[in-house]
Design a protein around this ligand. Structure first.
Ligand code: T3D
Length: 258
């Protein structure tokens, strides 16, 4: 059984973390496979949106703690530099929207991988846990960068130190996730979001993502310059011309992601 199930349908790459008995905890094999699949998603023109979720009761419980005490465990440095840092960097740099569909508990690196995605939706019974402090580690996978920016420094600091279990409703209320969906409609409605994005001007969405990435470190003049550059590129895409033409002709646009 593969540690990740991969499928492509209607322009959406469905990536399902698949170690349900381990709460989809990351071992080296799964971390490397996810990187390879994200590369495939970046390269394939038929993929216009990525949908990342977990099989079973968890999205992911982060690092597989059993792997750390097993035979030939990966080195501590290796885990960040070869597993989590390349995963979150790939997600941020992927020129396509990535939807994280949080189907259950998301803990440790599992939570922070989720939080760096472009649109994060959670099922009503999901939980988010900055579990690192409970075992003496610091938050990684970009969590110290993303979480304070999403929910503010004080909340992030407290959650990271106390390791509280944050319900989906609380996560939505504090801006950690875009939307909570009821458990019985979660799978269909979260997928519908990915399908909607896949049919949109995805080249423009990729440029939006680039602008947001840059806004994390740019000052105001630099960011306006960045918007200028990226808007120039957006205005020279097929989809921009199609969008304007469809509006003026009062018809539905047919975007290609080009
Ligand atoms: O070097 C480095 O490690 C640096 C990298 C760090 C990155 C990190 O992600 S550090 C944080 C690692 N994650 C954790 O500390 C979370 C550990 N898990 C938990 O705290 C709990 O399992 C949960 C709160 C996530 C869920 O609790 P609960 O009560 O709903 O489920 P459970 O019974 O604890 O877990 C269900 C099964 O999943 C269980 O297996 P079993 O006993 O039924 O055979 C449990 O052992 C397994 N599981 C859950 N989390 C992990 C795990 N197995 C391995 N690694 C896990 N992280």
């Amino acid at each position: 059984m593969s540690s990740i199930v991969f499928d492509v349908k209607d322009g959406v790459a469905l990536i399902t973390l698949n170690r349900p008995d381990k709460f989809n905890a990351f071992n080296r094999e799964m971390a490397l496979l996810l990187q390879q699949l994200l590369d495939d998603c970046a390269a394939r023109a038929d993929i216009r949106c990525v949908y990342l979720t977990g099989n079973g009761r968890a999205f992911s419980a982060g690092q597989d703690l059993a792997e750390l005490v097993g035979e030939n465990p990966p080195g501590f440095e290796q885990i960040l530099s070869e597993h989590y840092n390349p995963i979150v960097t790939r997600i941020r740099n992927l020129p396509k929207p990535v939807v994280a569909a949080i189907n259950g508990v998301a803990a440790g690196a599992g939570a922070n991988i989720a939080l760096c995605c472009d649109v994060v939706v959670a099922t009503a019974s999901a939980l988010f846990i900055q579990a690192f402090s409970k075992i003496g580690l610091i938050p990684d996978s970009g969590g110290t960068y993303t979480l304070p920016r999403l929910i503010g420094w004080q909340k992030a600091s407290a959650l990271m130190m106390l390791g509280d279990k944050v319900t989906a409703a609380a996560a939505e209320q504090m801006g950690m996730v875009y939307k909570v969906l009821e458990d019985d409609v979660f799978a269909a409605e979260s997928l519908a979001i990915a399908q909607t994005l896949a049919a949109m001007p995805t080249r423009g969405l990729a440029l939006t993502k680039q602008a947001l990435n840059a806004s994390m470190h740019n000052d105001w003049p630099q960011q306006l310059q960045k918007e200028d550059e990226l808007q120039y590129t957006a205005a020279h895409t097929y989809d921009y011309n199609e969008g304007v033409a469809a509006f003026l002709e009062k018809r539905k646009p047919l975007f290609k992601g080009e």
